[in-house]
Design a protein around this ligand. Structure first.
Ligand SMILES: *Cc1c(COP(=O)(O)O)cnc(C)c1O
Length: 376
């Protein structure tokens, strides 16, 4: 008998997306910053306690705005993990800065905060912690280092919507934070993102950069009498159709998170035995972190085991995946970035990490766990 295919990801839709898109259509208001965008901004501001939230067309765009806001220039250095998605580094490399990679912690796979200080030079401008799997980096330590060395902190919270660190929403702790609403994340709009601003002097300029370098926002609020080119910028705002879709998701964000957490916990409970038998390692969540069940991963004993397991699961129609190719080993990483110290954990863990299917509506955790148990 052929078993039913278990996809790795399956975008969850609440059922209200098309209704809100129809409303945007009916309103005849399709460009950005209309009523749905405003609702999404308020939701983010209330939910995260940031000073200002701005929807963007991606997390990548929010990181690019951050680099512009911080006046990142050629030769500046920005400290970040190598174990991340390309956009974390690319946004700063685009401005001519050099990403400086430090190793990750073996428990959370987040940047190792104890390795940051030694990587700081006179050219260092910012630290970019990435909250891997929606589990927070050690932000108190990172903010303290930044304060003592007069550096900016931009949180890549692409995976961290609805997660907290000591009760604070991820993305609201550093000077700036970036969220993603890409279809592979928890709360989605196909492509989409948001910039969270936690330092008031950035608000006005962020609005200008996001609106092609114009003071259009101030003009519509009646604060200036003409609308013109005042700074560098680009078009970073999503249309109302995207915001309408996203609004449907935000309304159900808690429900989506709870359902993901339940699946995450089923994996975690069911894989306890394999961990006790030394066959794999389960994710570790520090006590001060409330996560959002963005992903369930396991660490296997070797690259060879992972390759074998992915293939074997695939034969049973279970789609599992791995990521990332550490950026310092990528062609562009070699060209644009540099490494500080040994990236031992980065290289080791990237070879052994396996991501299991996790999506709202999935009811096949047992089948995945049984397959894994047999294979290991
Ligand atoms: C998904 C992701 C991004 C990019 O998000 P987009 O919205 O697709 O631009 C950046 N950083 C991390 C860590 C991510 O997981």
């Amino acid at each position: 008998m052929k078993s039913e295919n278990i996809p790795f990801n399956f975008p969850y839709m609440t059922g209200k997306e098309l209704y809100y898109i129809a409303e945007a259509h009916f309103n005849g208001r399709l460009a950005g910053d209309g009523p749905f965008t405003k609702r999404c901004h308020s939701w983010l501001e209330e939910r995260t306690a940031c000073i200002k939230a701005l929807l963007t067309h991606s997390c990548t765009a929010a990181l690019e705005i951050s680099a512009l806001l911080l006046d990142i220039e050629a030769g500046d250095e920005v400290i970040m993990p190598s174990y991340t998605f390309v956009s974390t580094a690319n946004a700063f490399a685009l401005r001519g800065a050099v990403p400086v990679f430090v190793d990750i912690r073996p428990d959370t796979l987040n940047i190792d905060e104890t390795k940051i200080e030694a990587a700081i030079t006179s050219r260092t401008k910012a630290i970019v912690p990435v909250h891997y799997a929606g589990v927070a980096c050690e932000m108190d330590t990172i903010m303290d280092i930044a304060k003592r060395h007069d550096l900016w902190v931009v949180e890549d919270a692409a995976q961290g919507v609805m997660s907290t660190y000591k009760g604070q929403a991820l993305g609201s702790i550093g000077h700036l934070g970036a969220y993603s609403f890409h279809e592979t994340k928890n709360i989605i709009s196909g492509e989409g993102g948001a910039l969270l601003i936690n330092d008031s002097p950035f608000v006005e300029r962020a609005e200008i950069i996001r609106e092609k370098g114009t003071n259009r926002g101030q003009f519509f609020r009646g604060q200036v009498d003409k609308y013109t080119w005042v700074d560098i910028g680009s078009s970073y705002l999503p249309s109302e159709i995207i915001a309408a879709f996203l609004w449907a998701q935000m309304e159900e964000a808690q429900l989506i998170t709870n359902r993901r957490l339940a699946i995450w916990q089923s994996y975690h409970d069911a894989l306890h035995g394999l961990e006790a038998a030394g066959k794999l390692r389960r994710p570790i969540i520090p006590a001060e972190c409330q996560h959002n069940a963005h992903m369930y991963y396991v660490l296997l004993d070797s690259f060879a085991t992972r390759t074998r397991v992915i293939q074997a699961l695939n034969q049973q129609c279970i789609n599992s995946v791995f990521h990332y190719v550490p950026l310092h080993l990528s062609p562009a990483g070699k060209q644009y970035a540099r490494v500080h110290g040994e990236l031992t954990h980065t290289e080791d863990l990237a070879d052994r990490l396996l991501r299991l299917p996790l999506w709202v509506g999935m009811n096949s955790v047992d089948r995945v766990v049984n397959a894994l148990t047999q294979l290991l």
